[in-house]
Design a protein around this ligand. Structure first.
Ligand code: MCN
Ligand code: CUM
Length: 798
């Protein structure tokens, strides 16, 4: 039962037929999306709007000697050509990154990665702008590039960041966590140790909608409006104001419908700044929208962590210590999008779901002549890398000890009664029941039968090998709290504002911004649940800094943990006021009024027939308010979470490998997730399906590659391969429910879990198929040629 103070509730509401918690409400926003009525940045048309195309460098490392605009300006319809020199006048030639580095908006002196922004051509239409952009003549003095983090740190590597005072090499940062000495000791004394080197390759989020903006400066009101693809409109407003010097109340950021973000739309990109600056200078609206290859080649990439993992254990598989050392590629600027006090994101959660007393992690990051970035892509700030490391290492250890990988996990799991649990690297896990999720997954996967089938195929020298991979991951999502987490100095809280109107319906505004996660539905469900309203009577608005309460935005699966909590708390504030109005209407004392979750009505204690609905109360609030009460029925809550939430799950992947071709087929794919109390099971299922597809892309296909000259060789959809429906198997999903004890409705985030949890399960499955041939690791993406080489190495190829 629910405590009046709003403690976590069991997952039993099933919405009461009003579309509250737990109901599979169809997504409200889909009506407009599937009828072609969505409104994305590129749909925005303003009177007199101009179009911007960026001139990008073909070289990865080069000094700019001269830029000749004249031929471009001769093109009929070209209005202006902007270079760094023009922006310097307005102090806009550079911009801060979210990690306090300084990035060129347009290159002033030296190009540091291929496709970097060099000039902007503004014209009356997009095609003219494109024509003009090809007529800007740039003289480059080409320099030696370095696109590999290891080579970048060698003594004779070309210096990339000569713009940073005192910088003498390509070293970006060092970071460490845990106890180095104690860990070394544990490894010295341990009866068993294992070690593996693994690359989490460079990926790109590749949302269907690329990045774009419409800058719209209104000289009459002295106000800058920027419509842009943003996962975090408020923080972007603050940064725009700081960079431009335009006061914050004179800046409005609107993030309309967003066609997928996946982390790509957290950072600020030069194109946004150019569109805004151009509209300010020209006093006309200016639109800039990227092409596909521009998106992949210049905007925030993900991962690129080369990790060494080590485990120390007893002979019977008890893990004693974990150690890791990472070489990270940060690209040309330190522009990772994450809380500023976490230079390696939340990577130090690499002890995973296991009770490991001793741990140490170290990391070195390098600058390279590649696009800046390093974090975004359904990752919860590097938890992807951490989960990959520990889940791969547990499999390596299991094979070394010839133990069942399910058994070794069971043996080392943090136990339900240990929560709240503090990990050896300082994380406070809120709740979990890992064995329950694993057991359900094993059962759903027919684990024992497949183990037998696997052995049969080995014994009978079958053409196809069978591999079974497990991942029992723990996620950490929902940043803040504000005291430890901030973005560019702003503490990480979130917000919700509810206004119940006189006729009994409501508008809810939140500080987060949906990019496809279904917020217009799920936030309405939270409020419907907490106020006894019908979900159809609630409209959710977001993505406009002029009207929404300040929030830090949607990433790190934080919308439910933080803004979701704010929506519940704000609803309960409204409910409190509703009580006073109910008392007045029912002619009873306020303390005698009770709220019934089931019916959603307020009634006089002990007299359920004397009841009143929220609609009647809304009327009362505006038309018959009690003496001493303010009119209206609304509330706002800014929620600073006490802790993050720790969703988890167990994924089991069964693959078949063709010994002749190295081709991997998915035989079975089971995903059991636990995100605490569930708001909308259907939306969760959609999130899981999408995230698993991205996990498959990661494990099997995706890789942003470079040649030695710094050319991006994996920078378009011909070469950066995304999974299609052909590569995606049938998923079997299951769930357990372990509520978060500190969250007002007991919910945890879920958006990133499937992408975080699935790659190690897939790699573990492929390794598992070849383990009897002595294979301990296969690098991602596991394309047929990569797998075939491993088969050959193991003497298993045909
Ligand atoms: N949900 C729920 N019950 C829970 C937890 C979540 O019903 N216990 C619902 C939420 O109400 C929300 C959805 O599931 O509608 C995802 O919620 P949450 O886990 O809070 O994550 P966010 O809403 O903050 O979304 C961010 C997350 C991230 S960081 C990436 S990256 C990602 C992802 O979501 N990008 C996406 N999923 C995406 N899905 C789509 N379609 N597009 C993206 O760009
Ligand atoms: Cu890490 S990608 Mo999401 O947090 O937007």
């Amino acid at each position: 039962a629910e405590a009046e103070d709003g403690g976590p509730q069991p997952e039993k509401h099933c919405g009461h037929g009003r579309g509250g918690m737990g109901e599979e409400v169809k997504r409200k926003e889909d009506q407009r999306f599937i009828t072609g009525r969505g409104n994305y940045v590129d749909d925005i048309k303003k009177p007199g709007m101009l179009h911007c195309e960026l001139v990008r460098s073909p070289h990865a490392h080069a000094r700019i000697e001269n830029i000749d605009k004249s031929r471009a300006l001769d093109v009929d319809g070209v209005v202006a050509v902007l270079t760094a020199e023009d922006l310097l006048e307005y102090d806009l030639a550079t911009m801060p990154t979210l990690m306090d580095d300084t990035q060129d908006v347009l290159v002033n002196d030296k190009v540091k990665f291929q496709s970097q922004e060099v000039a902007a051509v503004i014209a009356t239409d997009r095609y003219t702008a494109k024509d003009g952009s090809q007529k800007v003549v740039v003289d480059y003095d080409v320099l030696d590039p370095v696109v590999d983090a290891e080579k970048a740190l060698e003594d004779d590597a070309p210096l990339i960041r000569d713009d940073i005072e005192g910088q003498e090499d390509n070293h970006c940062l060092d970071w460490e966590t845990g106890d180095e000495e104690a860990t070394a000791e544990a490894f010295d004394e341990a009866p068993v140790t294992v070690k593996e080197q693994m690359l989490y390759q460079r990926l790109h989020p590749a949302p269907i909608e690329t990045c774009g903006a419409v800058g719209d400066f209104d000289p009459g009101k002295d106000k800058l409006t920027v419509h842009m693809t943003s996962q975090a409109p408020h923080i972007h407003r603050t940064l725009f104001s700081q960079v431009s010097g335009i006061p914050e109340h004179k800046v409005r950021i609107v993030s309309p419908d967003v066609g997928g973000g996946f982390g790509n739309k957290v950072p600020i990109y030069p194109g946004y700044v150019v569109a805004a600056a151009a509209s300010y200078v020209l006093e006309q609206p200016v639109k800039w929208v990227e092409e596909r290859s521009e998106n992949i080649q210049s905007t925030g990439f993900a991962r690129d962590y080369d990790m060494q993992g080590e485990l120390a254990a007893t002979e019977d598989g008890e893990i004693l210590a974990v150690r890791t050392d990472v070489l990270a590629d940060h690209g040309a600027y330190n522009a990772v999008a994450q809380p500023s006090k976490f230079p390696a994101g939340f990577f130090n959660i690499f002890t995973g779901s296991y009770d490991i007393d001793t741990a140490y992690g170290s990391l070195t990051a390098a600058y390279t002549n590649t696009a800046p970035g390093g974090v975004a892509y359904r990752c919860s700030f590097r938890v992807t890398e951490a989960v990959y490391l520990i889940e791969r290492m547990v499999k390596v250890l299991a094979d070394e000890l010839e133990m069942d990988p399910a058994e070794i996990r069971r043996k080392n799991f943090i136990q339900p009664e240990q929560f709240p649990y503090e990990s050896s690297t300082g994380w406070n896990y809120d709740s979990g029941d890992y064995e329950k999720a694993l057991d359900l997954a094993l059962e759903m996967a027919d684990y024992d039968d497949y183990r037998e089938e696997q052995q049969r195929r080995i014994d009978e020298d079958d053409d196809k090998l069978l591999g079974i991979g497990i991942s029992s991951f723990t996620e950490v999502v929902g940043a803040g709290p504000g005291k430890t987490c901030d973005i560019a100095g702003v503490e990480m809280f979130d917000s919700a504002e509810i206004r119940v109107h006189p006729t009994g319906n409501a508008t809810v505004r939140v500080g987060v911004q949906t990019q496809g996660q279904g917020h217009e539905t799920t936030f309405a469900q939270i409020v419907a649940e907490e106020l006894g309203m019908n979900v159809d009577d609630i409209t959710v608005e977001h993505g406009d800094t002029d009207t929404d309460p300040y929030g830090l935005g949607t990433y790190g699966s934080r919308s439910t943990p933080v803004a979701g909590a704010a929506a519940a708390v704000a609803s309960r504030k409204v409910r409190e006021k509703a009580k006073a109005i109910a008392a007045n209407e029912l002619e009873a004392a306020e303390e005698d009024i009770a709220w019934d979750r089931e019916s959603g009505e307020f009634h006089v204690a002990g007299a359920p027939d004397r009841s009143i609905t929220i609609t009647e109360i809304a009327a009362g609030a505006y038309m018959n308010k009690p003496a001493g009460e303010d009119p209206g029925l609304e509330a706002v809550n800014y929620y600073d979470p006490p802790e993050m939430t720790y969703p988890f799950g167990s994924y089991i992947v069964i693959v078949e490998i063709d010994r002749e071709t190295g081709e991997v087929e998915f035989e079975k794919f089971v995903a059991v997730d636990d995100c605490g109390n569930r708001i909308n099971p259907m939306i969760i299922e959609g999130q899981i399906h999408g995230g698993l597809a991205q996990g498959i892309g990661t494990a099997m296909l995706e890789h942003v590659t470079f040649d030695d000259n710094g050319n991006v060789t994996g920078g378009d959809f011909m070469n950066y391969l995304l999974p299609t429906s052909m590569e995606i198997p049938e998923f079997e999903t299951g769930h357990t429910v372990t509520p978060s004890p500190h969250h007002p409705i007991g919910a945890k985030g879920v958006g990133e879990s499937p992408t975080v949890g699935s790659p190690p399960a897939i790699v573990n499955a492929v390794v598992d198929a070849m383990a009897h041939g002595g294979i301990s690791h296969v690098e991602m993406p596991m394309t047929p040629d990569v797998v075939w080489e491993k088969l050959d190495e193991a003497g298993l190829s045909m």
